[in-house]
Unconditional design. Structure first.
Length: 292
């Protein structure tokens, strides 16, 4: 069976998934999307010397090293293959709906999923009103991961200047009321829509966020049934094959930050001692074998 991995060469999770597929199938191909040529006339897609349409399936681990709107175009290329009959995990359309933070948020809120109070605007004065209402707000780029590009802006004399600086790079401003994380947030993991495990990202007191980029550490964690059920409801809105739902257990109950387009293998392995790469590979192999 020939299953390719769409990912980033040198990336920990991408390389691990490609290695796992090679171990289980004898075939290894890690596809860097910026080297792919899609030929619509012939219906072929070439990566180096390989026509991807001749594979049995593709697993998307990463669509690019950095999140940006350009990744949607790469997903469109994979959507063409998927709609021609190529099994792709997760489906490109499903990933599109979570890759853009605003698209993900709108789906979650229309699905009655509790989230931190959130404002989206292009207007400076409206953003300032929101910051004054929230007291302090986390401004987030629409395309980012691991809190990259995010900043906290507090109500006060400097707020307008700080908002202007953020808007100069991100004209559509997405901001959420900053909530107390209690030193951690959770990654609640699902494979094929079924609950797998949960790990915590714990900060070390040096940053407002818990990401590993900012020094956060992975730890095992047993969430409440309420948290698992809410995460299950959130991920079910997107039909992803593999995902990690970001949850915070607040004093008022669990809230959702986002549903991840890809989910992290390292946190699952380090905190829970579960090899998500192997489980995902076996899941894809079964789906392909069954023609689903």
């Amino acid at each position: 069976m020939k299953i390719g991995v769409v990912g980033t060469p040198g990336g920990w999770s991408s390389e691990r998934l490609a290695d796992t597929i090679e171990r289980l199938t004898g075939f290894r191909l890690l596809v860097n999307m910026d080297e792919v040529r899609l030929d619509l006339a012939s219906g072929t897609a070439w990566f180096q010397e390989t026509d991807l349409t001749e594979l049995d399936g593709l697993i998307i681990k990463k669509i690019g090293a950095w999140y940006s709107p350009h990744l949607l175009d790469r997903l469109e290329m994979l959507r063409f293959l998927n709609e021609q009959g190529m099994p792709v995990f997760s489906s490109p359309l499903s990933i599109m709906r979570v890759l853009d933070r605003l698209s993900c948020t709108v789906t979650l809120r229309t699905g009655n999923i509790p989230m931190p109070p959130t404002t989206i605007t292009e207007d400076m004065d409206q953003a300032l009103i929101a910051v004054e209402q929230y007291g302090e707000a986390v401004f987030k780029p629409l395309y980012s991961s691991k809190a990259r590009g995010m900043c906290i802006i507090r109500s006060g004399d400097e707020a307008r200047t700080q908002i202007e600086a953020f808007r100069s790079e991100h004209p559509i401003m997405y901001l959420q009321q900053k909530i107390d994380l209690g030193g951690r947030d959770l990654g609640v993991v699902f494979l094929g829509g079924e609950y797998m495990t949960t790990y915590a990202r714990c900060n070390t007191g040096t940053s407002w966020n818990t990401t590993t980029v900012s020094g956060g550490k992975y730890a095992p964690y047993q969430p409440s049934r309420e948290s698992i059920d809410l995460a299950y409801k959130a991920q079910s809105l997107f039909n992803l094959d593999f995902t990690c739902v970001d949850v915070v257990e607040s004093p008022d109950g669990p809230v959702i930050f986002e549903v991840s387009a890809f989910g992290g293998f390292r946190g699952i392995l380090e905190a829970c001692e579960i090899d998500a790469a192997e489980r995902y590979t076996r899941y894809a192999m079964e789906k392909i074998s069954n023609g689903k």
